[in-house]
Design a protein around this ligand. Structure first.
Ligand SMILES: NC(=O)c1ccc[n+]([C@@H]2O[C@H](COP(=O)([O-])OP(=O)(O)OC[C@H]3O[C@@H](n4cnc5c(N)ncnc54)[C@H](O)[C@@H]3O)[C@@H](O)[C@H]2O)c1
Length: 363
């Protein structure tokens, strides 16, 4: 392989176009070699936007004919696993969109296939690279976060006008990676073991299957998480919020800022009040004097998805080009995806408590 990754993007919907544009922003790492979509209109949009790229109306053809080193799967969740496996079997590296799988059986299958493959699989959990996640990790690294007892996490995004068919019936609790991935980055391997979930169903009568869903999750070491998704209710989103209660105090993380009340940090705040830290202020107005502020975090927080896409792509490229282990491997991918699938099962049974079983538990 040369010093640049020849990249294929499967799917030319909004996310496929966005990731292709990000690859173009990183010419020292990626060449956007090929794109595919069976939808003529979607493919035409991609053709109008990108030059020097080969276009295919079938992803099978792209995998067969295009000269590529890696693909990104920007296709509906129900076919992520199918195309991740097809690519890996051709020794093509994969940045696999989230959620990593669509069913428990697919989880077992993908676990086996990734472990058998010589190509690299990275779970494309861009939320793990958001400023708020990096900030939480930094607090932990510095020993400021303390021991986590309880977390509230919410993903609020009014998607009632989105045109894609799969979102109309999709149980929103299954779109859990954005919320659970960043939490699992802080728990030192303590994964979710049990879940109970309830749905409002279409209580407001908007034509979507679920207005909101709420899950309570439990880990092996007694951490409790309440996880809310509200995808079919009016809201100024997308908003990701996480409220972490620890033995040191409280950390609230939002898209663009953090609010802290932690023992040991009080000297930075007036009147022992919450300390507010914005993630995207311009140069001069950045908070100064605190070691937890990291210049890169501010620099990248201005890019798409709060900087996360570009940081994730950089990590993927580094792992592929330098033969490093996957930055977010299949184990992490399944640990953040399977709880949502079990949550959907629980909701179907009116909130019944479900034991979460991972492929590695079955070995
Ligand atoms: N990580 C993130 O921040 C983030 C954000 C948005 C979407 N996503 C994920 O990205 C994926 C795509 O999202 P979207 O909003 O663009 O969805 P979308 O449904 O609008 O677009 C998907 C596209 O894939 C095409 N497609 C279907 N089957 C295909 C196949 N076999 N080969 C190639 N293309 C095929 C469709 O025609 C469509 O154009 C979803 O899995 C979604 O979960 C992730």
């Amino acid at each position: 392989m040369s010093d640049k990754i020849k990249l294929g993007v499967l799917g030319c919907g909004p996310r496929g176009l966005q990731m292709a544009a990000i690859a173009k922003l990183m010419p020292e790492r990626f060449v956007l070699s090929a794109m595919s979509d069976p939808d003529e209109n979607a493919l035409a949009k991609a053709k109008a936007k990108f030059t020097g790229t080969e276009f295919f109306s079938s992803s099978d053809d792209l995998l067969e004919k295009a000269k590529i080193d890696a693909v990104i799967t920007e296709i509906p969740p129900a076919i992520h696993t199918e195309f991740v496996v097809k690519a890996l079997e051709k020794n093509i590296h994969v940045l696999g969109e989230i959620p990593a799988v669509d069913s428990i059986e697919e989880g077992d299958y993908l676990w086996k296939k990734v472990n058998e493959s010589k190509a690299l699989y990275m779970c494309a959990s861009n939320p793990n690279y958001r400023a708020k996640t990096l900030f939480g990790k930094k607090l932990k690294e510095m020993g400021l976060l303390g021991k986590i007892a309880y977390i509230d996490t919410e993903y609020m995004h009014d998607m009632r006008k989105f045109k894609d068919e799969w979102r109309k019936t999709y149980e929103s609790c299954r779109y859990c990676t954005h919320s659970l991935g960043p939490i699992l980055a802080l728990t030192d391997g303590d994964v979710f073991t049990d879940v109970s979930c309830m749905s409002t169903y279409d209580r407001i009568g908007c034509g979507r299957s679920h207005n909101a869903m709420v899950a309570i999750l439990h880990t092996a070491n007694n951490m409790v998480v309440r996880f809310l998704t509200a995808f079919a209710l009016p809201y100024k989103g997308p908003a990701h919020t996480t409220r972490i209660l620890t033995d040191r105090g409280i950390v609230e993380l939002r898209n663009d800022n953090a609010r802290l009340w932690l023992e040991g940090l009080n000297e930075f705040s007036a009147n022992n009040d919450f300390l507010e830290i914005p993630f995207t202020p311009g140069g001069e107005s950045r908070p100064s004097g605190m070691k937890i502020i990291d210049e890169d975090l501010f620099r990248y927080a201005h890019y798409g998805h709060n900087g996360s896409d570009i940081l994730m792509m950089e990590d993927f490229a580094d792992a592929v080009l330098n033969n490093k282990p996957s930055p977010i491997g299949i184990r992490e991918g399944l640990a953040m995806t399977l709880p949502g699938i079990y949550a959907a099962q629980s909701a179907k049974e009116g909130g019944a408590l479900k034991k979460i079983i991972y492929p590695w538990d079955k070995e």
